[in-house]
Ligand binder design. Sequence first.
Ligand SMILES: [Zn+2]
Length: 332
Amino acid sequence: MNIQAKQGKCFSCCQQKALTEEHIIPQALGGKYSAWIYCKDCNDNFGREIDSELVKNLGYFSTILEIDRDRGKNQPYDISVVKDSTELTHDGKKLARKKPVVKIEKVDDNIKSIDIRARSESELDKIIEGVKRKYKLGGSVKKIYEEHPGPTDTKRDFVFDNSLIRRAVAKIVYSLICIKLPESYVLSVPFDNIREYIRFGCEKDLAAANFTHTDFMTDYTRPLHKIHISLNRCNNLVAGFVCLFGTFRYTVLVSDNFESLFEWPGLDYTFDPVTSREIFGNPNFKAPELNVNQLISPRHSKQFVLDELSKGHKILESYIEDYQFLKMELDH
Ligand SMILES: [Zn+2]
C-alpha cells in the first residue's frame, strides 16, 4: 500500500513537513478525534514526554471503564489493599495478586507451615512442587481460593496535576484550536507562548488543575471528556477548559494578547469515551469569564478538590456497577 504523507505546516514547530495523525485526546483515554496537525518529530516528542505522563496517571480509568482502543491494550494497573498492603493488579476484567507470595513459618529451625499465595492454580501447583523438592517435604496441602471481588478496600496513588500533565492538557486545547480556527490565526504571534509552553515547558505554567471555576464542565451523570475554548475579546484573552472522565478539570491560558475584530462562538467538543460518541451540546452553555490569575492559579483547597473528585467517582461508580469505588490518595 502506498501511503502518501500529507505535507503541510506543523502547528507545533511551524516548519513545512510531512504531517502525522494526532489524537486530540489521547487514544489511551478513549479519544477518537484526530487530525493531521503535527510533524513526526513533534508528535513523537509529545507522546514520549507529556502524553505518556497523562496516560500513565489517568489511563487506568480507561481500564476500569473497559474502553475500547483502536490500537494497543488497556494498561493493567496496580493497587494495594488498605488492610494488609497486598499488591494486586487489575487488567480491566478482574483483580489478581501481582506476584506470588511464599511465607514459611519455622519453629526452632523446623518448618511448621508454609503459606503460599499464587495467582492461579497451575502457578500454585508449580510453587508447591518446588517447595516440596527444596525442603524435602511430604505433608498435606490445603488449598484455599481467595477472591478479590473489586477494589472496595484498596487505594491507588496517582497524580492528576503536575507540570507534564499541564502541558499535555494545554496541547489538548491547542490541538482543537488547530482544527477549528484558520491556519493564519493559529500560527500567529499571539499563540507563540502556548506553542512554546507545550513543546518545552516554561518557568510559569500556562495551565492548571482547576476545580473552582469549572463546575459546568461535567454533567454529573457521565464520565465525559470535554474541551471548551472561549475568547474574551475585551481582554484579548483566549481561555481553554478541559475535563477528563467528568472528573479531572483544568484551565489553560491560551493567549492573553489575541486581538480579534469579531467574536467567536465558543469552540466546544464533548465526547463520551464509554459509548465512543460525540455529544452535541447544550446551546445555553456558557463558560465563565476568568482573568489570567483565575486561569493559571485557581484557589482551591485540598478538601475542595477531594470533594470534587469524590463527586467524579460517583459518576464512575454508576458506570461500573461491579466496582465500588476507590479511595484515592492525593498527591497535590
Ligand atoms: Zn513539528
